[in-house]
Design a protein. Sequence first.
Length: 324
Amino acid sequence: MTEVLTANEHGLARAAQLLRDGALVAFGTETVYGLGGDATNAAAVAAIFQAKGRPRFNPLIAHYPEADEALSHVVADDRAVRVARTFWPGPLTLVLPRRADCPVALLAGAGLDTLAVRVPGHPVALSLLRMAATPIAAPSANRSGAVSPTTARHVLDGLSGRIAAVLDSGACAVGVESTVLDLTGEQPVLLRPGGVALEALEALIGPVQRGLPPAVAGEGLKSPGLLASHYAPGLPVRLNAVSVDEDEALLAFGPPLPEARCQFQLSAAGNTAEAASRLFDGLRWLDAEGARVGARRIAVMPIPEFGLGLAIADRLRRAAAPRG
Ligand code: TXA
Ligand code: MG
């Protein structure tokens, strides 16, 4: 049985205790719910991979309550410190070289010599991290390949009975995962667009290389989570729809298409931040509601690729990718 904990003093204390004992606790952040486990405990980290059905080559993010602590486990240059000061706590993850004395289990980083670190911008998450008093490895709290959860209910839909507890802190405000920025090389590389807009990063540190460097066979994956089909709802997805077919449910952005018989509006005003906060809930809703009215596909209206639109477009492309 998965315990549902309220985000009060008692719930936080219970969640922190479970984490210290090596159990898995899902908790809300400003982006999405994370599936937390003690990052220094290899058995707890292994249990995260197990509960999600996640491939072991896909590394996890270590979460901290303070930037200083996060940066003490990695090799942080001036650039990393500047980015951390500006955007933490907040929806940004930094990939940096691991320090030799880093206590995070190697399995959490999938054996890589780098580590992804983040200080989330949510008061409940920060309290939990402080009380757990150990870095917490936390991928999104969904089964591997499925849509990320933005409420405790979503977490339970995928992981009930597979984790010790979920700490309910309400719906996530940002709604898409953190931006993942690789600062291991001279040129910063955007590994995953997310809650911090690329434009904001570039205003601070100059040009950021977009996307992955071309994969070289045998070299290993730079950010395996960026591959292939991901965030997949049950129904197939069609992108850039300017009209809707009879057998389609619609994910709308801006002025809706009147002919749709089942639709979820991301943002009537065409606001990408509002759309991001509603994206995963919309995909889940359309899956259920679309199936109920006999829809065979989800059609998605075009979304501009700036601000949080870049992260939305990325998630939708993956949702639409051929399923493997
Ligand atoms: O917003 C978020 O980042 C959420 C919340 C819970 O913090 N977490 C999250 O974790 O989205 P996850 O595991 O679903 O996605 C982490 C991404 C994956 O694409 C993974 O491949 C990449 O970060 N990543 C983690 N460690 C890495 C590393 N050392 N090098 C490159 N990419 C890494
Ligand atoms: Mg994920």
